[in-house]
Design a protein around this ligand. Structure first.
Ligand SMILES: NC(=O)C1=CN([C@@H]2O[C@H](COP(=O)(O)OP(=O)(O)OC[C@H]3O[C@@H](n4cnc5c(N)ncnc54)[C@H](OP(=O)(O)O)[C@@H]3O)[C@@H](O)[C@H]2O)C=CC1
Ligand SMILES: CC(C)(CO)C(=O)C(=O)O
Length: 326
């Protein structure tokens, strides 16, 4: 099974290291910059459970050097997918599956939804519909990524917690391609359940990201602090309720209530969200996929989003001022 992980930063690097250490598959990564040079020089290093292991991965700067794959795992930030389309193209044959490992609303959300919005392209995550047109949603296996991972230095990945990568076809079918990939991941020590409703799980993760991430960036607060403060907790809750109304209009059933989801976020503790970490490092923030796309869905289903609109306007402004937008 030929797998290429395109964008081997924190999540892609972790997945690549686990698969490579298990030695089960023909695995390559596409990376760039100092990270690529370090991996070529010393291998991809992973720190997990206090132990460092070096993973023997084949690393390339260009997809042309790797050719057509059975699976391409996109482990880029959401805003990096469209700019990488030309680079990804040589990996795609007729049979190639593409696993999307981004937080937020996926660009393929309205593929095989069978409702009135079937085929709708989301401007916030796929401006001009180019990802949809060029990658093709028929290739997609969706996913929800739970591990917390960081890149400590070029070539060095540090796993913090979590090993679950839920997978699921947009159609809900338990396909052979999803099951085979899940099997490889399980053999590598990961959890990879194949879901029959990946969108519901995307919404549960997104529920926290769309509210806590921008509030943490705006305030410099950890998850625990946002939940402990009545003002920020109330604001997060208002955003989440707006999002729930949108999700439910789209037919999603939320298996837990908003207060349980808020408690779950608070229990993570003094953790800085990825959006706050990106702001502090001067890196582009995933505002459009995590917040802007929910506002866009709200407009599509005619649900008001006053709390989301306010927070989105502020966090975009902050990102523009700090050079962390787009
Ligand atoms: N990290 C985490 O704990 C979690 C992350 N996620 C989600 O997973 C997704 C990936 O996040 P994460 O792994 O943290 O992001 P990272 O920034 O750590 O990794 C993305 C990698 O892709 C590289 N990249 C971008 N464009 C290209 C390109 N054209 N060619 C080659 N390499 C490229 C980046 O390089 P460069 O650094 O040079 O830009 C970087 O190494 C995001 O949607 C995130 O929200 C979800 C759950 C947890
Ligand atoms: C920590 C968490 C769960 C915040 O909602 C997250 O996914 C992120 O930081 O992006």
């Amino acid at each position: 099974m030929k797998i290429t992980i395109f964008g081997a930063g924190a999540i892609g690097g972790y997945l690549a290291a686990k698969l490579a250490i298990a030695g089960r598959t023909e695995l390559s990564i596409v990376a760039r910059g100092a990270h690529l040079e370090a991996i070529k020089a010393t291998g991809l290093r992973l720190i997990e459970d206090g132990q460092e292991t070096t993973a023997p991965v084949r690393a390339a700067a260009k997809a042309e050097d790797l050719g057509e794959q059975d699976y391409v795992v996109l482990a880029l930030k959401a805003h990096s997918v469209a700019p990488a389309l030309d680079q990804i193209a040589p990996l795609l044959g007729d049979h190639t599956s593409v696993v999307t490992m981004q937080n937020g609303v996926p660009w393929w959300y309205f593929y095989k939804t069978s409702g009135a919005l079937e085929g709708t392209r989301l401007h916030q995550v796929d401006p001009g519909g180019t990802i949809w047109d060029r990658l093709g949603p028929r290739r997609v296996i969706g996913s929800v990524v739970y591990p917390a991972v960081e890149v400590d230095a070029p070539g060095l990945i540090r796993h913090v917690e979590g090993r679950r990568f839920s997978l699921g076809e947009p159609s809900g079918e338990k396909s052979e391609r999803a099951t085979l990939l899940a099997g490889e991941m399980v053999k590598a020590g990961l959890q990879a359940p194949v879901r029959d409703d990946i969108r519901a799980e995307i919404w549960i993760k997104l529920w926290g990201n769309l509210s806590f991430n921008p509030i943490s960036a705006l305030t410099g607060s950890t998850l625990a602090a946002i939940v402990a403060d009545e003002g920020t907790r109330t604001l997060a809750r208002a955003m989440m309720l707006e999002a729930q109304a949108i999700g439910e209009s789209l037919g999603v059933r939320f298996p837990i209530d908003v207060d349980r989801r808020i408690k779950g976020a608070g229990d993570v503790g003094d953790h800085k969200t990825s959006m706050l970490q990106d702001l502090e490092r001067g890196r582009p923030m995933e505002i459009d996929a995590l917040v802007g796309a929910v506002q866009e869905l709200g407009r599509l289903v005619g649900k008001p989003t006053p709390a989301i609109d306010g927070v989105l306007a502020l966090v975009r402004r902050l990102a523009v001022e700090r050079g962390c937008y787009g």
